[in-house]
Design a protein around this ligand. Sequence first.
Ligand code: SF4
Ligand code: SF4
Length: 289
Amino acid sequence: MPRWTGGSEDTVKIDPRKCVACGNCVAVCPMGAIRIDRGVNRARIDADECVECYTCYRGMSMEHLNPTLVRAVRATLRVFRLRFDPEPDICPTSAIVPDELQWPRTVRRAFSDVTATHESTGVHGRGTEEVKTNDVTGRVGPGDVGFTVELGRPGVGVRFTDVQKVAQALAGTPARFEDRNPITTLMTDRERGLLNPDVLGEKVMSCIIEVATTAAAASEVLEVLRDVARRIDTVMAIGVALRCDDRGADEIERILAGTDYDVIWAKTNVGLGRANPARVPRSTQEAHA
Ligand code: SF4
Ligand code: SF4
């Protein structure tokens, strides 16, 4: 059952004393978590679906019209089949207010508000630089195959129960979880891919699991991901990252040849970063097979 909030609960709030039920915020919410409760003529937030992205709070201009006056004008105009509607990007009475979130609800905002920074990694958004910074971070070394497993999207989101299912599946492969990733830091048992039980009831807009393994084990990881994707209630996008060799070639086609995955998009990082000799490819040192 949705837990609709209109005032005093631990989420971004809509102040029922100020809300005039204009409905502008309903279309702004990327998760469809706001509705107009016609019973009380106020906007309400479904606290279970709200991922604390703060789009409603940050994305709307706030005016400070008197709520009592606005309600009276709207009611009077309705009698004459006329309407007073504020511009669509405006909350006319500044009824949307942020709140101090408590753990574990704080993880919703950390993963969903693009302006929030993850404490564990110091990175905004989903909290990871991914392989885009490989030149300086050396996440994926020569001979490594790195995977980014993106779960959720605006409008869909992802629950940590599903994130854990994917992590558990990956834990059964030779792949290792990336240290500098906020999902990894939420794990209490990496060997089994278990997350901190506190967060399992939480939902976020999207998040990314990162793993790396050897080229020999890459197709196994892809098959495991295909299987677990059928058991989760969200969308999954898989990124595969390899280093080119000295001739600019890579093994991606050979790796995918034994699977029924197709390459549908590709990007080459031309190496504008400063190489970090301190980072040594780990999969060439650690035995994962
Ligand atoms: S935009 Fe503001 S006044 Fe209008 S429904 Fe949303 S919270 Fe209420
Ligand atoms: S914080 Fe985000 S998900 Fe929650 S009600 Fe506002 S826009 Fe919707």
